[in-house]
Design a protein around this ligand. Structure first.
Ligand SMILES: Cc1cc2nc3c(=O)[nH]c(=O)nc-3n(C[C@H](O)[C@H](O)[C@H](O)COP(=O)(O)O)c2cc1C
Length: 361
């Protein structure tokens, strides 16, 4: 019998947070291959710096978001609540994990009704691309309205599904499903991967299909095939292990995709304020972090998350001063030193952009 979604979510959460037993990250997202040019005479003061921006009609304090994660288990509910409270205090957007379970277990509605803890910041609901293709759209839009969220995040995760017992095996028609949903959606739609990245050609197709933002969610951080590998054995586990470094690293992917009118979100392996500053300089509108926030909330509650956000903000602000950037737009104009290896990856990704065929028919 396929396992129940709540149990699976609880197990995922414990694998992700127990650093002493499990190692779930795939390595470098590539931000170490670029650096800023330091300004010794920046001619700005700390009071001149504005790390804030407008996002989905609300003012947020810095270009950081708490990536879509949990819900559907008791531990997940506790984490969700505290992530939302911390996001409200820090003035940054917060996502929640897949609400698929809500359609089977309506009694967990409270796990996902985060707006009550975070009335002033953008809150995102989350669902898989396969479900958006298959579920009646009226049911999804009704749930979005009840949750009072500011956007729907649609996740794409073929790698994880392929290593999950009872996971999805058919990935046809998802772009078309997303395009149809965008027409009916009462809120903006954001599409993300979960740590393997989105091909530059697919980014174009998603934006053309009506998606408001694409969150690249590249490799370098949490690897969901590796997470699944800890729940497998024998041949399946050995096959999963071969994907330990699968995926397109976030930093070169972001550099190749470019700014796209402010519709690109960077995530996947971002671990510091320096990564956030570099992602912003490469063109990201926002930077998302998942694993650092889930670990902080499980070990330290709201205060633990606030500690992480304060450190991110301090580093971002310091980088802005030392590159003479008063605003995030200024930071996007500074010169970056890029390693030859980084540039070669970016060129290859740019060339690959045209190689994705139109599959929408
Ligand atoms: C415990 C946990 C649960 C997650 N659940 C979801 C989910 O339900 N939906 C989703 O889109 N992404 C989910 N993710 C993926 C993250 O949003 C993110 O894309 C991925 O972990 C890569 O970011 P990171 O390297 O900062 O962890 C989850 C991540 C973690 C750590």
């Amino acid at each position: 019998m396929p396992e129940n979604i709540g149990e699976r979510k609880a197990r995922h959460l414990s694998i992700c947070v127990d650093e002493s037993r499990y190692s779930v990250e795939s390595g470098s997202a590539g931000f170490d291959q670029i650096s800023f040019v330091h300004r010794a005479l920046p001619e700005v003061g700390a009071e001149d710096i504005d790390t804030g921006l407008d996002f989905l009609g609300r003012r947020i304090r810095m270009p950081v978001l708490i990536s879509s994660m949990t819900g559907g288990s008791d531990q997940g509910y506790e984490a969700n609540k505290n992530l939302a409270r911390a996001a409200q205090e820090a003035g940054i957007p917060v996502g929640m994990g897949s609400m698929r379970i809500l359609f089977r277990k309506p009694e967990v509605f409270d796990h996902f009704y985060l707006k009550r803890y975070a009335p002033d910041i953008p809150v995102f609901a989350n669902m898989g691309g396969v479900q958006i293709r298959d579920f009646p759209h009226t049911e999804v839009t009704e749930m979005i309205r009840r949750l009072e969220v500011d956007a729907l995040v649609v996740h794409l995760n073929p790698g994880q599904e392929l290593f999950q017992d009872g996971g999805d095996r058919d990935f046809t028609g998802i772009l078309d499903g997303i395009a149809r949903f965008c027409e009916a959606s009462p809120v903006p739609v954001i599409v993300k991967e979960t740590g393997f990245g989105i091909h530059p050609g697919e980014v174009t197709r998603l934006l053309d299909a009506g998606v408001s933002y694409v969150n690249l969610a590249g490799s370098g951080g949490t690897n969901w095939v590796t997470v699944e590998a800890y729940r497998l054995d024998g041949t399946m586990q050995a096959a999963a292990d071969e994907f330990a470094s699968w995926g397109t690293p976030t930093a070169p992917l972001l550099a190749a995709v470019g700014r796209r009118g402010g519709r690109i979100i960077a995530s996947g392996g971002l671990r510091s304020g320096m990564d956030v500053a570099k992602a912003t300089a490469l063109g990201a509108e926002l930077s998302g972090l998942a694993l650092p926030f889930i670990r902080a909330v499980v070990s330290g509650g709201v205060d633990g998350v606030i500690e992480v956000t304060e450190k991110l903000r301090k580093t971002l602000e310091t980088v802005m001063i030392m590159t003479s950037s008063r605003t995030l737009e200024d930071l996007r104009r500074v010169t970056l030193l890029r390693s030859p290896g980084f540039d070669a990856q970016v060129r290859a990704l740019e060339q690959a952009a045209g190689s994705v065929e139109d599959t929408t028919g």
